[in-house]
Design a protein around this ligand. Structure first.
Ligand SMILES: [Zn+2]
Ligand SMILES: [Zn+2]
Length: 170
């Protein structure tokens, strides 16, 4: 369904990632932030990606460069593999599936997240600025374990419940 959240949580966008994108609520865990950042890529809300990127490492990215890269990506699905949370730090290992030039590919990453005082960039997106701390994406590493491409008869990576060959594999 069109209304399903792009993060494949199984619930609607309106009750899943939209409140985060609108600044009504903020993420309460690295996993929730991860999912909302993936959904933001799907919705091309590049400013959200930028705002939830840690001020410590934000200078490494720009809204323009993310936007340009994202234009070439056709996002298909998100698969969360492992998550870990320790006080103000956490990580999420995920596989994000997408097509580039009509070719199926994936992004396999361990994203690290930190919880810290809200800075002005993120604060500008939140409806209740007195919330003083928030989760941010900090940096990424790339695990070496293999990601298997879906076979023709596998369940599709987009969560459609159809076979890959009858869905995104066409
Ligand atoms: Zn979602
Ligand atoms: Zn599909």
């Amino acid at each position: 369904m069109d209304n399903d959240c792009p993060c494949l949580s199984g619930i609607s966008y309106q009750t899943c990632c939209a409140p985060l994108h609108l600044g009504t609520i903020k993420a309460t865990s690295p996993k929730q932030l991860m999912c909302s950042r993936y959904s933001a890529f799907v919705k091309n809300d590049v400013e959200y990606i930028f705002a939830t990127h840690s001020p410590e490492t934000r200078h490494e990215i720009s809204i323009e460069s993310i936007h340009q890269w994202n234009q070439k990506c056709q996002w298909l699905g998100l698969e969360i593999r492992t998550t870990n949370l320790e006080k103000d730090y956490g990580y999420v290992e995920f596989v994000a599936w997408y097509k580039q030039d009509n070719q199926l590919t994936f992004h396999h990453e361990i994203s690290r997240f930190e919880q810290k005082n809200i800075d002005s960039v993120l604060s500008a997106r939140l409806n209740s600025p007195h919330q003083d701390r928030a989760w941010y994406f900090l940096d990424a590493s790339y695990p070496e374990n293999v990601v298997k491409l879906p076979q023709r008869n596998d369940c599709c990576i987009c969560g459609s419940q159809k076979k890959f060959k009858k869905c995104c594999g066409q």
